[in-house]
Design a protein around this ligand. Structure first.
Ligand SMILES: [Zn+2]
Length: 202
């Protein structure tokens, strides 16, 4: 049996979304089953300790399902000797449009291909990290790859593994309903869910 099959079988048994990756959801459910049901009154998956203040500011803008993943990634990186901070999370459609204008109708370099509503950042499922050495931010570092592997292990999608626009600081959590959808179809569904005032993730 492959390790991912083993994790998938445990997830199925626990009634979780099955992706074969053991992140806060899976570990939280195992903890609740064999250690205790709550940690400080919260379900274990939601009780992952907070991280540094700068990261927490960005994490606060993410969907509740994504927040523990971001914290777990910061903690996993720290355990591997890499300091990262979460630098950005949710962007409104208007903020996305302003970013899209950059390098096109506004000054500065082009930084995105996505207009408002066409970025996963517009729905609270995506965040970007920065690698730091002490207080110094590193825009480029081989450590981004190491962090990418840690993120994928947790069940996050990593922008560094994309074929088209490689985006090493970028991570996102795909909702279970979107497992078999293309990026484009997932975004379309999130736009329509949001427009209808429904939950984007559940
Ligand atoms: Zn991003």
């Amino acid at each position: 049996m492959r390790i991912e099959e083993m994790i998938a079988a445990i997830q199925a048994q626990l009634g979780l979304d099955v992706d074969g990756k053991a992140g806060p959801q899976t570990w939280g459910a195992i903890y609740a089953r064999i250690v205790q049901k709550k940690i400080d009154g919260q379900p274990p998956a939601l009780a992952i300790a907070t991280v540094d203040a700068r990261s927490e500011k960005a994490i606060a803008t993410l969907l509740p399902q994504v927040q523990p993943m971001a914290r777990a990634l910061v903690q996993k990186a720290a355990a591997a000797g890499i300091t990262i901070r979460v630098l950005s999370g949710l962007r409104s459609f208007a903020e996305q449009d302003a970013l899209y204008a950059q390098g096109r109708t506004a000054p500065g370099p082009i930084v995105t291909k996505a207009r408002g509503g066409y970025s996963n950042h517009n729905f609270g499922i995506a965040f970007d990290v920065g690698v730091f050495e002490g207080n110094r931010y590193l825009a480029d570092s081989p450590k981004y790859k190491a962090v990418g592997v840690l993120g994928m292990d947790l069940g996050l999608e990593w922008g560094g593994s994309w074929k088209t626009i490689v985006d090493q600081p970028h991570f996102q959590l795909r909702p279970a309903w979107a497992m078999d959808l293309s990026e484009r179809d997932m975004l379309a569904e999130m736009r329509s869910r949001q427009a209808a005032g429904g939950p984007v993730f559940a």
